[in-house]
Design a protein around this ligand. Sequence first.
Ligand code: BTN
Length: 262
Amino acid sequence: MPGEGATVDSSDVERRLAGTRFGPVHWFAEIDSTNRWLLDRAREGAAEGVVAVADHQTAGRGRLGRTWTAPPGASLLTSILLRPDLPPARLHLVTAAVALAAADACAALAGVEPELKWPNDLLVGDRKLAGVLAEADLREGAPPAVVVGIGLNVRWPRDLPPELAEVATALNRLRSGPPPERADLLVALLEGLERRCQDLDAVAAEHRGRCATVGRRVRVDLGASAIEGVAVDVTDDGHLVVDAANGRHVVPVGDVVHSRSV
Ligand code: BTN
């Protein structure tokens, strides 16, 4: 369903996704937040598989209540509605599945192999290539609805505000040729996600094995306090296990900075 003024014909994307659970694809020229829009549709009863994409977001949402900004047309900004048959403690698996599928799409289409930083950032060096935000609608007696949104930086202009220039990167800055089209990245991501949704139990081991935070010396910012130590594992609930001088910590939510490998 192409949105008015959108730069991509989403009916072509929908055709390419035939045989997966994904579609319809709503591609907006501009919206406040694809996560906000899709969570509203989920609350109205939308089926698993609906996808929202935007060329530009005016109020993109990031983790921990932050905003997510990107220049218009420069990133793949997408949200995906899933209704997994999982208890709340395991819903993080769908978020991990999206991050893994996005990393594979970058490798396949751009030759760029991002690292996964806990919980689900895609990093190249110490710069962020993509971030993932899951928001759930949990109701008694109904399967949970999870909206997983990802912002993947694809073709960023040379001039960026300093707060982005210092911490972020984009596919066009990591390869010599032109970056892949956002529609092609979306199709590759959703194909990889379809495969993982068919066996979400396997995602825990895949995520643990590919999460570059495990084995690293880290600083975990918890807002009022911080933990410094070595990240040693990710639990089945998706929490980060950190060995610090004062003992072992299991961290459900936080911001991680990677230091050197140990
Ligand atoms: C993070 O803070 O790292 C997560 C950022 C997630 C941003 C994406 S962009 C598409 C989707 N819509 C939103 O409002 N946020 C997510």
